[in-house]
Design a protein around this ligand. Structure first.
Ligand code: BGC
Length: 756
């Protein structure tokens, strides 16, 4: 039996008994299926044909692992299920997590594997929107073949803190880069005629206490940072749904936040799709509905099914107008129709998947996203003449690490190492998981004449001795990050700092490959000549790392987040709410068995994001702190030079310049344009205003041109609900990373006012 056939059986054998809800295209009302009408008009026609009960049923969804429906429903064990309405051709919504691939956390569907992309942060590091699109398109194709039609993807929360547990699932710290990359990813998913979300709206910037914390920030500055990333991604990707976040924003939960959902998203941005809640993020009926939430997800995780009976009661009592119910359903159906679910329904049973082709998509993303951070004396690429190479640590004999939580993919090839958690907020749904992609085998394949050996690094003396006996030592250092938890420190766990130090002392030719969810402290950096950030590199990570180390691929990844020297250099040195979390943990350790639901008993606290829009590299520049590696940084085995800057200014800003490969190898470069602008806080900072990714042969020159989205350099006026671009002079720099200024110029811009 093929793996696909097995997966197909397993996919459905673990569902509840009963008929599979039809995904049919039964004729709806004539208008509902009239392709000549707009999605909005078709959605409205369907709503007019729906009964009250049908409307009430579509605004809340099951969490299959906990669902107890009144009559059996065939649900795929996954994140969510909302029964369709066959008589109107409205499809059942089958929801799966999908940030990095079709997820299958803690193997809830036994044997159902999927292709695992590298961390989204690795995709962001490619600075290549085509890679983001290809990844999304691949995931969407697999999801469709597995009969899912709603993907909980499109994570675009900006990295405000280097230790945030979910940084690996997001696209970095810059609104433009994140917005473009997430938008392309979503566009790729939806090219399969299925729904993608964009999430988590908004300011879910840390995991500690995520369901109780109040994220406080100046509204205009939020518009200029996190919200701008969402706005750009929404414009590019057109996600059919927006997932609101767990946390509060300025006092109101994100899923009952009138300003976020009604004012910003629906009014200012004109968003026509639907807002679905995060799982367990709904706290009210009337307030949530009137504040803009359209659908309650994973209802069993909330303290009540707020959009079930209480919603019905509230409508009957006139506390929620019927018009609002109709609006909610119209929005859901708008998403369903606009994404293509009705006109091109997903198959009713699983289809074959071309896993080999999809693995190539994952490998390309990993190869393009790996960042070469240090390469003294051009130690890399490694000479293929090395006779003995030792790999140390990180289970590099069998696989590569992945990040934990709802994004966890059970990858094709399985999990050679899987470690359950004994405590912590992630314990119920996350395991430390390695994908079966062995760096050892991949390196050995590229240097067949060499002896490539592995030691696990737990014994420092043995590791040092093995390094001494080898020509080259390659350390695979890891830091596991997961949803629902933050790293309490930026130090590598498990005595790895001491191990790296010992190995580097034993062999000068020591290379460190990092498999981390973001930056870590590197007290040993001066002792090692070469450093590679491989992130969580996905199910072909071993091959990608090997190709970069051996020079079969010329590295071109750039950091999408700043790497500070230490946590002390960052805006917050550790997660806010740690005292509250530790108090809850202590109570539990002392025998408290109370069920606190999603909060875990953590007392509410606030986080003041006083850096506002000056996030990431802008913050380090403002504070004049020199990070270890800046945003946008990454080396290559060749070099690139920029020349002939031309600025076209006035009513709009377009910057063009030449990029030349001045080295001896072909390679790709990601030139970056920064423009100094003042946000609403009045702080002048260079903001990324353009980037490109291009491959050049040795000696080749190409001209690139970047037109600046004025919002990136404008300030938001919250009272007037408008963007303002002040007239005057703007410093323009082109560089290899934030703070670099290979080319400089000045643009003179006319004042402009833009809609929000
Ligand atoms: C996560 C979401 C995810 C959802 C469903 C939540 O805990 O925050 O990103 O989509 O679970 O699994």
């Amino acid at each position: 039996m093929t793996r696909q056939a097995l997966a197909a059986i397993l996919l459905f054998s673990s569902t509840l008994a009963g008929p599979i809800a039809a995904q049919s295209t039964l004729p709806a009302t004539a208008a509902g299926s009239d392709l000549a009408l707009s999605a909005q008009a078709r959605a409205k026609a369907l709503v007019a044909a729906m009964t009250r009960d049908e409307k009430l049923a579509i605004i809340h969804g099951y969490f299959p692992p906990m669902a107890k429906p009144a009559r059996p429903i065939a649900m795929i064990p996954s994140a969510g299920h909302i029964p369709g309405i066959p008589r109107l051709g409205i499809p059942t919504l089958r929801e799966s997590d999908a940030s990095l691939g079709v997820a299958n956390q803690i193997e809830q569907r036994k044997g159902d594997t999927a292709t695992a992309l590298p961390a989204s942060l690795a995709t962001a590091a490619t600075f290549d929107p085509r890679i983001a699109y290809a990844g999304g398109a691949m995931i969407g194709a697999e999801a469709r073949a597995k009969t899912f039609n709603v993907l909980l993807a499109g994570g675009v929360n900006l990295t405000r803190d280097p230790w945030n547990g979910r940084n690996f699932e997001y696209m970095g710290e810059d609104p433009l880069l994140s917005g473009v990359m997430a938008g392309e990813h979503i566009r790729g998913v939806q090219s399969n005629h299925i729904i993608s979300t964009i999430k988590h709206f908004a300011l879910n910037a840390q995991e500690t206490g995520r369901t109780v914390l109040d994220a406080r920030i100046d509204k205009a500055q939020l518009r200029e940072s996190d919200l701008l990333a969402f706005q750009i991604a929404t414009e590019i990707g057109n996600p059919a749904s927006v997932m609101c976040a767990y946390n509060k924003v300025n006092g109101d939960y994100a899923c009952e936040n009138d300003w976020l959902l009604n004012t910003v998203l629906k009014q200012d941005w004109g968003y026509k799709g639907f807002v679905m809640s995060d799982w367990g993020a709904v706290h009210s009926t009337q307030k949530a509905a009137l504040s803009g939430l359209d659908q309650e997800s994973g209802q069993e995780l909330d303290d009540a099914i707020h959009f079930g009976q209480p919603f019905d009661d509230a409508v009957k009592a006139g506390r929620i107008p019927t018009a609002r119910l109709d609006d909610m359903v119209t929005r859901i159906l708008h998403g369903v129709i606009a994404a293509g679910l009705m006109d091109d329904p997903v198959p009713e049973s699983p289809r074959e998947i071309d896993y080999a082709a999809h693995a190539d998509v994952a490998q390309r993303a990993a190869e393009q996203g790996i960042v070469l951070l240090k390469n003294e004396g051009d130690l890399l690429p490694l000479a293929k003449t090395a006779r003995r190479i030792v790999l140390i640590g990180g289970h590099a004999d069998v696989g590569v690490l992945s990040g934990g939580g709802s994004s966890q993919v059970r990858s094709v090839g399985g999990a050679p190492v899987e470690i359950s958690l004994t405590k912590g907020a992630a314990a119920s749904f996350a395991r430390m998981t390695w994908h079966a992609s062995s760096p050892l085998k991949a390196i050995q394949a590229l240097v067949p004449q060499a002896e490539v050996v592995y030691v696990d690094g737990s014994d420092l003396k043995a590791a040092a001795q093995a390094a001494r006996d080898a020509d080259i030592a390659i350390i695979f250092a890891w830091q596991w990050q997961t949803e629902a938890q933050d790293a309490e420190t930026m130090r590598l766990p498990d005595n790895q700092d001491a191990m790296i130090d010992a190995v580097a002392s034993a062999n000068r030719k020591t290379i460190v490959v990092l498999e981390t969810g973001g930056p870590v402290e590197m007290p040993w950096l001066a002792k090692i000549p070469a450093l590679v950030e491989a992130w969580y590199p996905g199910q072909r990570g071993g091959e990608a790392i090997a190709n970069v180390l051996m020079g079969d691929v010329n590295p071109s990844g750039k950091l999408p987040i700043t790497f500070p020297v230490s946590a002390e250099q960052a805006p917050r040195s550790q997660p806010a709410g740690l005292p509250e979390l530790h108090a809850a943990e202590a109570r539990r350790a002392a025998g408290d068995t109370a069920n606190y639901g999603m909060t875990g008993g953590v007392a509410p606290f606030a986080v003041d994001y006083s850096e506002g829009a000056e996030i990431g590299y802008r913050w380090y520049a403002m504070k004049q702190r020199k990070p270890l590696f800046p945003f946008g940084y990454g080396l290559s085995y060749t070099r690139f030079a920029y020349a002939n800057l031309k600025i076209q200014d006035g009513a709009a800003l377009t910057v063009s310049f030449d990029v030349t490969n001045i080295g001896a190898r072909a390679g790709a470069d990601a030139p970056q344009l920064y423009v100094e602008a003042k946000g609403s806080a009045g702080i002048a900072a260079r903001r990324l205003a353009g980037f490109d990714k291009l491959t050049l042969s040795p000696g080749e020159t190409r001209r690139v041109s970047m037109t600046v989205d004025p919002r990136v350099i404008a300030r938001f006026d919250e009272a007037g609900r408008k963007w303002h671009l002040d007239g005057g002079a703007y410093a323009v720099t082109v560089g290899h990373f934030a703070g670099d200024s290979a080319l400089r110029g000045v643009a003179t811009l006319q004042p402009q006012t833009l809609k929000p």
